[in-house]
Design a protein around this ligand. Structure first.
Ligand SMILES: Nc1ncnc2c1ncn2[C@@H]1O[C@H](COP(=O)(O)OP(=O)(O)OP(=O)(O)O)[C@@H](O)[C@H]1O
Ligand SMILES: [Mg+2]
Length: 392
């Protein structure tokens, strides 16, 4: 589990703190011979000064008994400000109980004076083993966290997709049975055509679902390729508004576009930008009760275009606001989805915002959300007016 860096690392940066010059010299000699980089300080204060100006130190060897600042204080300060640094204590027999105390306070080991070169070597190697072990534990912790996240995503994926797939599959099965039943002889041509139409729509929905799942996987596996061209965001928003006209009328929702951008032209990927804005507006429609209001504002701030999508909908609890951009994350339980992607709390896979974030990122921009439960949500996108390329 070593990282390539920790595997290759044979030379460590070591700081010796001791008021006795001979001790510093002996340690330095042994450690430089072993291939390490050595710094030395004649007091605790000087040692801490070196630590403050050198972020690369891995190990501190400090004498326990020193005038002004003793080894225990050095240990406490090091463990507080640089907890990753291992500390070795040096002490005479008379103060061995202090050394044991120091070990309890986080020292890696102690060396008894008078020093022998072997003792220094063995203690330093033990420290290095401990550093490597800590790295491994850190990596394992990181991998474990990632695995837990993946497990979480997998469970959500299964719950949501199985729920979303069930509706179209149910339609196909049900209406196919009707068409296969003797009962068909009593049906009019219009009724038969309607059944076929419902089956067709269900197949279309299934295809869309499967394509969306692929999109998410593809989006996450490789960089998004952008086809950069001149884009007028206000025009895109008018097109999106027209596309949602029926849904807005059906749900008695108002969608207002406040364009303060003065004919702004962006360099961006037109289709992806449109998909991103469509998703934000579709969410606003889905999560706003009938008769609610949606406002989209475009402004320019310095060399950035700000697009703000605001709704008077159900809002998002504060604790969920960081999670909604994760794939397959939905605040509401998928069992309570109503069908139809623009109906109130309509179904979805929980991937729209994941894609929105990827698109914004690919353009070198950022997205933020502010929301209060029962009051509404504000999604604010900021993207550079001039695309500088290679933003991912
Ligand atoms: N405007 C909004 N108001 C309230 N909640 C929202 C809003 N936008 C998103 N959410 C919450 O964030 C979740 C994730 O949004 P996202 O767009 O990723 O998924 P979805 O809309 O449920 O499904 P999909 O976009 O895949 O069709 C939503 O399920 C919803 O709980
Ligand atoms: Mg969505």
């Amino acid at each position: 589990m070593h990282t390539p860096e920790s595997k290759e690392k044979t030379s460590y940066s070591i700081l010796i703190i001791d008021d006795e010059e001979t001790v510093r010299k002996v340690c330095k000699f042994v450690l430089i011979k072993a291939g390490h980089v050595v710094h030395s300080a004649e007091s605790g204060f000087q040692g801490l000064e070196i630590l403050r100006s050198n972020s690369k130190i891995d190990i501190v060897i400090t004498d326990l008994k020193m005038p002004n600042m003793d080894g225990q204080t050095v240990l406490r300060e090091v463990k507080r400000d640089w907890p990753h640094i291992e500390v070795l204590m040096m002490t005479g027999y008379a103060t061995i109980e202090y050394a044991i105390e120091a070990m309890k306070a986080g020292a890696a080991d102690f060396i008894l004076k008078p020093l022998s070169t072997d003792q220094i070597r063995v203690a330093i190697n033990k420290c290095i083993d401990k550093i490597n072990l800590n790295h491994e534990i850190e990596e394992l912790r990181h991998t474990n966290k990632k695995l837990m996240e993946l497990k979480d995503i997998k469970e959500k994926f299964l719950a949501i997709t199985s729920h979303e797939l069930r509706t179209p599959i149910g339609h196909i099965k049900g209406y196919f049975n009707i068409l296969n039943d003797d009962f068909i002889n009593e049906m009019s041509q219009e009724e038969i055509a309607e059944c076929k139409n419902i089956i067709n729509n269900a197949i279309f929905d299934l295809e869309e679902l499967v394509n969306s799942m692929f999109d998410v996987v593809r989006f996450r596996q490789k960089e998004i390729e952008l086809n950069i061209e001149d884009v007028k965001p206000a025009e895109l928003l008018q097109q999106i508004k027209s596309a949602f006209r029926l849904a807005l009328e059906e749900r008695h929702l108002s969608l207002e576009i406040d364009n303060y951008s003065n004919g702004l032209v962006l360099t961006a990927d037109r289709l992806k930008l449109k998909a991103m804005l469509t998703e934000l507006i579709k969410n606003a429609i889905k999560f706003t009760n009938d008769e609610g209001q949606i406002t989209v504002q475009i402004t320019t701030v310095d060399n950035q275009c700000h697009i703000i999508v605001k709704d008077t909908g159900i809002g998002i609890p504060h604790s969920e606001q960081g999670k909604i951009f994760e794939p397959f994350y939905e605040v509401q339980h998928s069992d309570y989805h109503s069908s139809g992607e623009t109906s109130f709390k309509g179904g979805g896979l929980g991937i729209g915002l994941t894609q929105v974030k990827e698109i914004v990122k690919a353009h070198g921009g950022e997205i933020k959300v502010e929301s209060s439960v029962g009051e509404g949500s504000v999604f604010a996108v900021a993207i550079p007016i001039e695309f500088k390329g290679d933003a991912m």
